[in-house]
Design a protein around this ligand. Structure first.
Ligand SMILES: O=C(O)CCC(=O)C(=O)O
Length: 316
């Protein structure tokens, strides 16, 4: 059976842009290109086979460019209101300053309203993505109400982890959908997936049944530097030059993180990550409803995104 996928060789010139994480360059031989899924989307059986084989699906340009632009501009306008993005806000350039705390008593309230903008939700919970996930699951799918919106200034990266400890409490049939709203080349913090990691038996054993809230003495993030982790396992960090509207979908045991945004031009990397599951599966009340509590129950205020862009992130 054809998997309807093709491998885009990451052209050599891609590697001329240095990939960093925690200030440390990732050697080019440890980088590889994510497989891409052809569009229009193949049927569900083909998508499920590719997901099982690779642990992820990269759906290029799934979201309509106008929808992505509207969502991006909506979020940037909100960040402009709190002085974090300079005029014209549509360009998404970080000002290096913030009046977020001065203008808003409650960070969670501001971030919830930013995360619930209608144009943004048209992308994250709208027909296009819901239909794609319905095809992938082979049954009606529903997106979580709780959304992880990330506006990332330079100097940040995301520690390597898998998502099971966060989202698999009610059902393991959950997929993360990571959506790019801006151009995200190798120097702007693209997501990476550790090749073959969905089949690493030690990772599965380590995170099966792990719950980031209940198991307070353990961490969700994997301490090794991704370059060391990949080298030791004779594998690679797979990534891409993401463009607005691209969606990367992966399972709960796929090890991933984000490279460092070191582009140096103050342009924000804007993404969301949202989870989808079959509508028939039990729902984790932390992530559904009008006022979802989120992972710890503290609501939108607990997210890194809720912090002013001038403030460092927490690590779980
Ligand atoms: O966008 C990022 O930096 C991290 C996203 C992530 O870890 C996820 O989608 O699970």
């Amino acid at each position: 059976m054809s998997l309807g996928c093709w491998r885009e060789p990451l052209p050599d010139d891609r590697f001329s842009i240095p990939a960093l994480l925690d200030g440390r360059p990732i050697p080019p031989d440890l980088l590889g290109a994510l497989n891409e899924t052809a569009t229009p989307l193949p049927d569900g059986a083909v998508l499920r086979a590719a997901l099982e084989r690779d642990g992820y699906l990269l759906l290029r340009g799934l979201i309509d460019p106008e929808d992505i632009k509207a969502a991006r501009e909506e979020v940037f306008a909100r960040l402009g209101e709190v002085g974090e993005i300079v005029e014209p806000t549509a360009e998404g350039v970080f000002s290096g300053q913030s009046t977020r705390d001065a203008l808003h008593d409650d960070r969670g309230v501001f971030w919830k309203s930013t995360s619930e903008g209608p144009a943004l939700r048209q992308v994250t919970n709208g027909e296009t993505l819901t239909k794609a996930l319905t095809t992938i699951f082979g049954e009606p799918a529903v997106g979580f109400d709780y959304l992880f919106l990330r506006a990332v200034p330079g100097g940040r990266f995301t520690h390597m982890h898998c998502d099971a400890g966060f989202f698999a409490r009610a059902t393991e049939r959950v997929l993360t959908c990571w959506i790019a709203y801006t151009e995200i080349d190798l120097d702007r913090g693209p997501l990476f997936v550790v090749e073959g990691s969905h089949e690493f038996s030690d990772i599965r054993a380590q995170f099966d049944g792990f719950d980031v809230v209940r198991d307070k003495d353990r961490k969700a993030s994997i301490d090794d530097h991704p370059a060391d982790f990949a080298r030791a396992r004779n594998t690679r960090l797979l990534t891409a030059h993401f463009r607005p509207g691209d969606v990367l979908i992966f399972g709960m045991y796929t090890v991933h993180g984000a490279l460092e945004h070191h582009a140096g031009d103050n342009k924000i990397r804007l993404t969301t990550d949202i989870r989808y599951q079959p509508a028939s599966e039990p729902r984790d009340p932390r992530y559904f409803g009008e006022n979802p509590g989120g992972t710890t129950g503290a609501g939108y205020g607990e997210l890194n995104g809720a912090r002013p862009l001038t403030e460092e992130w927490h690590i779980r």
